[in-house]
Write a protein of this length. Structure first.
Lengths: 215, 1174
């Protein structure tokens, strides 16, 4: 990502304002938003869905719907445009999920070869921070750490978990996070601070991490 | 301010916070998001943020690459000086492409390592050093490295392009039954193959000796890194690269295992102590795998595998493959000793020993001595060793431990192998089943049953086998004809020719295979080519030519008079085809010499003839010809590709100009039975269609993938199917048009299926759109309406020549090899699918009350509508009734009343939520959709269909009246509502996460509340009973005589969390199905009547309408029927073409449904055979 998240968000909002006057700008807006949306959709898709529906398709469908609804968003939209798109993508994801997964649950679910960290419990988180000469045993201990983190996140209260997922996984800016969570920016900052504090408390008390910076 | 804002602000209002810290953390996160990573963190919260960020990033990368995004994003690398062709391989490290070096104009293989693999500067440096070193190596057993460099997205290096396969692929060739690879066929019992492996080992050891001389350790020897070229030379690739990439090679579960399996113990510890002997270890385990077909390390998890490597727990080769020579085993076991010092010390030593083995000389390696074994034992049991003290444990071991230990070990290993093989076979079987290879699947299941030690499992596998066999095509007859088949006549009658003493005999065969009568019609010194029978069955026309297919005679044999005569026609080359006209008046013949003759059989003379003009420099012959049912038109294709049409019997040209089809021969020629259409394949890979009488061509859109090999019109001439050489079958619907079609008309392809890896050789229309397709050595029936297979693959042992329907619905398949013809007759199972092909999935199967066969409603939801389908007219009227829902539906759920006369569902389109209640028969609204002012889901109806109930994510249960559309009660519960439903007498109940079941009367007043000790998960309700299941108990509540609710005894403990629960009040039975596959049938008093294990967990269960049976659906997608009184298994395991996702009892039948292989879904009716339910 060359542009900073903040710059991208500004750019998106500017494009959105232009698009109100000139619909042809929408496609540019979509192109700018696509990589981040793809990341989010890929992240949030259960792996079974990934075998059947391409995140690209989901994002494309999202844009189609966004085009249809752009007018009403432009009229009364209160959230940044990316947050709005993200919400549509979520809905779309749920629809795809319903369409593909309900009936196919047993068909593909059992042999899901690949796993998605956010959706399923799995130790197989891989490819660690620094590829410099790590022994497999060391990698296993790294994995344990990831596993710990994951379990710790699961124990957080809903809004704590959400703020961390939005910021660290979906990579939303703090402004976008605030809009997505329907709170003020200041509160989003407070929330993430508390969430991190709580996370730290869990990993040290429950998983015996000595301290998080000792690596 | 929205509610959300308010909530958060309230929460924070009264707290004092260090806002500076909050801001710092936010800055830190923002920095991470924008790639400004601070390496040294002194604040632990920032360190944690850093770690979390990396996890998030990885998860996103992983998800994107799982979803195939990263590949698309990258595309082919753009590297200056190279033209990149196709991708030929992909490993943990990078991608390998075929490429051309544009300066030297030579073909190379190019491996690219994207920046994320070799990200750090240090890694890049090491890459350079290692590749440089590898480039020094010059050995026939090492793939030469040509060049390396950096490009925009990472690093690359080029090497010689090896045309061949890697050894991993070669090994797999065994299970695929393919032998097209260099080297002997993979056969672990063949001495030749083992010697080949030893030779491979020797070559590799020599190559390693060379590289070790240059102080280069390969570090990643595994079958996938060893290439086998077309001359059977083996070569090592990827020299030294493992080191660059240590750790990051572990990119996914498969890759981790793929790499770990070949690691030496010292490699698993860390990389410092790795030397040349590591390569010998990896070579050893590679050879082990080549000799046994399985990896030396058998543990499936990474941690367990590393443990196994370090303990050296490896099954001896000869326990797996007793035929492996003892010396060869010794060499390999020596090379895979856990202690480097016990291995060969140099690659040359190992090469020499392998050479000695190959020369049948005594080898130098000795088997592990007692002392070594004790040491190894100690290594495995290091904890004991430390506790007991080394001396003590050694003594213990020497005195009695070793003997006991090794005996146990080999027994348990052998058992483990058996179990593992059984598991693999089980999986293989399931895969084969989905692919339609039912008989092979049955074999796999049968083998798994033999191997496994688990009696339940074995039983299950055998049940599968019997179910498959019950529903598979059955071979009724196989007959091998010694002689060439000339014509098939009446049932059990064949005309054949067979080599005799002085020539060939033409023989009429009658009777079945075992007791056939032969009657020699005549003998000739020439070759009998082919024969046709007239309609009345009295006369054969038989062609006889010389050995080079010249100078044909046409003989007529009159069966009634036993009379043979020769007719004079004057062809110089053999015939391409001949037909009798329907009234047996004429014999129409087309010849390779370009002549067509119509012979008048009554008059015994030529009625008409035509001859094709010779094309320049080319013999023009009738390559193929076809006529309609009435023999009124003849279409002949010549070489070069031109098409002529004639009327019969006068042979008047219908077209002024022949149709041009390209320069060569014409395959796939067909004339529709009604004589309206001619279809012909052109070598350009097109299929073309002409309206015969007008000569107008109709363009067929969406042409085909390969070259057409066979074409066929349906009986009514309205459907054209074409097969191609890539195994595809394509379908067009042709208009019924005796009048000329419009010029420029085009017909779009209606459907297609890519079925086989071989060319389609045979297409035959059967009844009800059932098309029999033959290719390779199998045939399969496809339903044309949706191109779904209706049978498994029907296999024969030889290459198929033709597959035809026989009158009784059986299938006759023929092959010919040399002068022998083999015929297989298969009886197809009566199990017949009725399927629709909408996109969407079966949501519910509903029982119909009137007892007619028209009994299933499938609700398909391609997001915006649902369609009711009724049996059995599905095919006749595909869109029986359809109801269009608003275009934007984000949530839809269904509920029905007890007699299923009404269906309720809630449609939400973003902001508005409406309740629809429709009549199940007509799909008409019972009343106008009700606009709900809150969002609700899971609508259900009461037994009469007059009231509805629903709940939502905000802990609300709402109940309302269908007729008035009013919401009558809105109840706010303290926690998440799991389920809500009517329980009879106007009462309704809900379970929620506050550990409670609540029951309300029709006014919405609470009449009962019961607490459970844990979260309720499932609820089943009948008039008299409510069952609530938590993760480990079932609570039963009963309605007392005075109408109040009471718990019925104590909660029943369950050993597993329940996935499904069913109640049959009539039979006093409860069925509970646990997540680990343990299922219990209880009486309501809590007495266990029967316990059975279903292998896979049961996800749905249902008692039959009469309460006598129940059916269970396992997560694997199969159904079983059992007796409700005893729990005894009453049926084989019922499988669908794909895993079953829904089932429903309807009268006597069980309907099953699942998702179709391509699109849509299938539904099948299963009439339960009486012998199942004894």
């Amino acid at each position: 990502m060359n542009d900073s998240i903040e710059q991208t968000a500004e750019l998106l909002d500017r494009l959105c304002a232009e698009a109100v006057e000139d619909r042809s700008v929408l496609s540019e807006l979509f192109e700018k938003a696509r990589p981040r949306l793809l990341r989010i959709v890929a992240l949030r898709s259960p792996s079974q869905l990934q075998q059947r529906a391409d995140p690209d398709d989901i994002v494309q469908e999202t844009f189609i719907r966004a085009t249809e609804r752009f007018e009403s968003y432009a009229r009364e939209g209160q959230v940044p445009v990316f947050v709005w798109l993200r919400g549509l993508a979520y809905d779309m994801l749920i629809e795809f999920q319903r369409k593909h997964l309900r009936a196919a649950k047993r068909a593909v679910g059992r042999e899901a070869a690949k796993r998605n960290w956010l959706q399923e419990t799995s130790l197989e988180m891989t490819q660690f921070w620094d590829s410099d000469a790590k022994s497999p045993s060391q990698i296993i201990s790294d994995r344990q750490r990831v596993e710990d983190l994951k379990r710790a996140i699961e124990q957080l209260p809903e809004n704590y978990r959400e703020v961390l997922v939005l910021r660290f996984f979906e990579s939303l800016s703090v402004v976008e996070t605030a809009a997505a969570m329907e709170c003020t920016v200041a509160n989003a900052k407070v929330l993430q601070f508390r969430a991190m504090k709580k996370l730290q408390a869990i990993v040290t008390s429950q998983f015996g991490w000595e301290s998080a910076d000792k690596r | 301010m929205t509610n959300g804002h308010k909530r958060f602000n309230d929460e924070f209002l009264d707290e004092t916070l260090n806002h500076q810290e909050c801001q710092q953390l936010d800055n830190c996160i923002e920095g991470l998001q924008n790639g400004r990573l601070v390496q040294q963190m002194d604040n632990s919260l920032f360190g944690l943020a850093n770690e979390l960020w990396q996890v998030g990033d990885l998860a996103a990368d992983q998800a994107s690459s799982d979803a195939g995004l990263s590949d698309r994003g990258v595309g082919k690398p753009d590297i200056e000086g190279y033209e990149i062709h196709e991708l030929i391989g992909r490993g943990g490290m990078g991608l390998v492409y075929r490429a051309t070096d544009t300066q030297l104009r030579r073909r190379v293989a190019i491996k690219v390592l994207p920046a994320n693999v070799v990200g750090s500067e240090r890694a890049r440096k090491r890459f350079r050093v290692e590749v440089q070193a590898a480039a020094q190596l010059e050995h026939t057993g090492i793939v030469p490295v040509y060049a390396f460099g950096e490009y925009k997205d990472g690093l690359f290096y080029t090497m010689r392009e090896i045309v061949g396969v890697d050894l991993a692929r070669k090994l797999r060739s065994r299970s695929e039954g393919s032998s097209a690879f260099p080297g002997p066929e993979v056969d672990f019992n063949s001495a030749e193959y083992r010697r080949w492996v030893a030779g491979v080992g020797k070559q590799l050891a020599e190559a390693l000796a060379h590289s070790h001389d240059h102080l280069i350790v390969h570090r990643d020897i595994k079958p996938a890194n060893i290439l086998l070229d077309s001359d059977s030379n083996v070569m090592l690739s990827d020299f030294g690269l493992a080191r660059i990439n240590e750790g990051s090679d572990l990119t996914g579960a498969d890759d981790v295992m793929g790499t770990v399996l070949y690691m030496s113990p010292e490699q698993t510890e860390g990389s410092e102590s790795v030397d040349a002997r590591t390569d010998l270890y990896s070579l050893g385990v590679t050879l082990y795998e080549l000799l046994t077909g399985r990896t030396a390390i058998t543990e499936s998890g990474v941690v367990a595998a590393i443990k196994q490597i370090n303990e050296g727990r490896i099954t001896k080769l000869r326990q797996l493959r007793p035929s492996v020579e003892r010396d060869l085993e010794t060499i390999i076991l020596k090379s895979i000793s856990p202690e480097p010092s016990a291995r060969y010390q140099t690659a040359r030593e190992m090469a020499d020993d392998l050479d000695r083995f190959l020369s049948v000389l005594p080898i130098k390696a000795r088997r592990a001595t007692l002392g070594m074994r004790v040491a190894r034992w100690a290594r495995r049991n290091s904890q004991w060793v430390t506790t007991l003290g080394v001396v003590g444990s050694l003594l213990l071991a020497v005195i009695f431990g070793i003997a006991i230990y090794s005996a146990n070990k080999s027994a348990s290993d052998a058992e483990k192998i058996r179990d593992q093989s059984a598991r693999l076979l089980d999986r293989r079987g399931a895969e084969l089943l989905v692919k339609g290879k039912a008989l092979q699947a049955a074999d796999a299941f049968r083998q798994a049953a033999e191997l496994t030690r688990d009696a339940h499992w074995a039983e299950r596998e055998l049940q599968r086998v019997s179910a498959i066999e019950a529903w598979s095509p059955k071979l009724v007859e196989k007959s091998v004809l010694d002689g060439r088949l000339l014509a098939l006549l009446e049932k059990d009658q064949k005309l054949i020719s067979r080599e005799g003493a002085g020539g060939e005999k033409c023989i009429l065969l009658a009777g079945s295979n075992s007791s056939s009568k032969e009657k020699v019609l005549f003998e000739t010194s020439r070759k009998i080519e082919f024969a046709r029978r007239n309609k009345s069955g009295t006369i054969f026309a038989i062609e006889i030519c010389d050995r080079s297919n010249n100078d044909p005679e046409i003989k007529l044999y009159d069966l009634t008079r036993e009379h043979l005569e020769t007719i004079v026609v004057g062809f110089s080359k053999r015939l391409t085809n001949m037909w009798f006209s329907p009234e047996d008046r004429y014999l129409i013949m087309t010849g390779w010499d370009g002549e067509i003759v119509v012979w008048d059989l009554e008059k015994g003379e030529r009625a008409a003839s035509a001859e094709f003009p010779l094309a320049e420099n080319r013999t023009s012959w009738v390559y193929s010809a076809s006529t309609d049912r009435d023999r009124s038109v003849l279409v002949a294709a010549t070489n070069p590709g031109r098409l002529f049409a004639y009327s019969l019997p006068d042979l008047e040209p219908i077209w002024i100009e022949p149709k041009q089809l390209g320069w060569w021969t014409v395959d796939a020629l067909a004339v529709s039975g009604n004589g309206q259409w001619a279809a012909a394949g052109a070598v350009t890979g097109e299929i073309r269609l002409w309206h015969i009488s007008s000569g107008i061509e109709v363009r067929l859109d969406n042409t085909i993938a390969g070259e057409p090999t066979v074409a066929s019109f349906s009986e009514d001439g309205r459907t054209l199917v074409v097969g191609d050489d890539r195994g595809g079958v394509y379908l067009w619907e042709i208009p019924d048009s005796s009048a000329a079609p419009e010029k420029g008309m085009a017909i779009a392809r209606k459907g297609f299926v890519m079925w086989h890896e071989y060319a389609i050789v045979s297409l035959d229309f059967g009844v009800e759109d059932q098309l029999l397709v033959g290719a390779g050595n199998s045939a399969r029936v496809w339903r044309l309406t949706d191109f779904q297979p209706t049978t498994p693959n029907i296999p024969i042992e030889q290459t198929l020549y033709s597959a035809r329907w026989v009158d009784d619905g059986s299938v006759r398949m023929r092959s010919r090899t040399g002068d022998a013809n083999t015929t297989w007759i298969w009886h197809l199972p009566s199990f017949f699918d009725v399927t629709t092909a909408d996109n969407g999935s079966v949501r519910q199967l509903l029982r119909k009350s009137n007892g007619k066969i028209e009994a299933v409603v499938a609700l398909a939801t391609p997001s915006a509508n649902f369609v009711r389908r009724s049996l059995p007219q599905i095919n006749a009227s595909p869109a029986a009734t359809a109801l269009n829902l608003p275009s934007e539906v984000s949530q839809i759920s269904f509920g029905t009343n007890a007699s299923e006369s009404r269906i309720a569902y809630i449609v939400s389109d973003g902001d508005e939520h409406r309740l629809h209640v429709v009549d199940r028969e007509t799909l008409e609204y019972v009343r106008e959709p009700v606009l709900l002012d809150i969002y609700l889901r899971d609508a259900r109806l009461n037994a009469e269909g007059t009231k509805w109930i629903a709940n939502n994510f905000n802990d609300t249960v709402a109940m309302g009246d269908v007729a008035s559309g009013e919401i009558e009660s809105t109840l706010q519960l303290p926690n998440w509502v799991v389920d809500s439903r009517f329980v009879g007498r106007g009462e309704f109940a809900a379970i929620s996460w506050d550990y409670r079941l609540r029951i309300w009367n029709k006014q919405g007043s609470e009449v009962a509340q019961f607490e459970q000790h844990a979260r309720p998960e499932l609820m089943v309700a009948f008039e008299q009973f409510i069952l609530v299941a938590t993760s480990d108990r079932i609570y039963i509540y009963e309605r007392a005589k005075d109408g109040t609710w009471e718990p019925r005894g104590d909660a029943l403990p369950t050993s597993e969390r329940l996935l499904a629960l069913a109640l049959s009040p009539a039979r006093n039975r409860v069925l509970s199905c646990g997540e680990k596959g343990t299922n219990l049938l209880w009486s309501m008093e809590g007495k266990v009547v029967s316990q059975f294990n279903s292998g896979a967990p049961v996800s749905d269960c249902r008692f039959s309408p009469d309460g006598q049976w129940f059916a269970t659906l396992t997560e694997g997608g199969s159904v079983q029927l059992r007796s409700a009184s005893t729990g005894e298994l009453m049926s084989p395991t019922i499988s669908g073409r794909t895993p079953i996702t829904k089932f429903e009892w309807i009268d006597e039948s069980l309907f099953i449904a699942g998702e179709a292989i391509q699109n849509g879904f299938w539904i099948s009716e299963l009439e339960i055979p009486e012998n199942w339910l004894k």
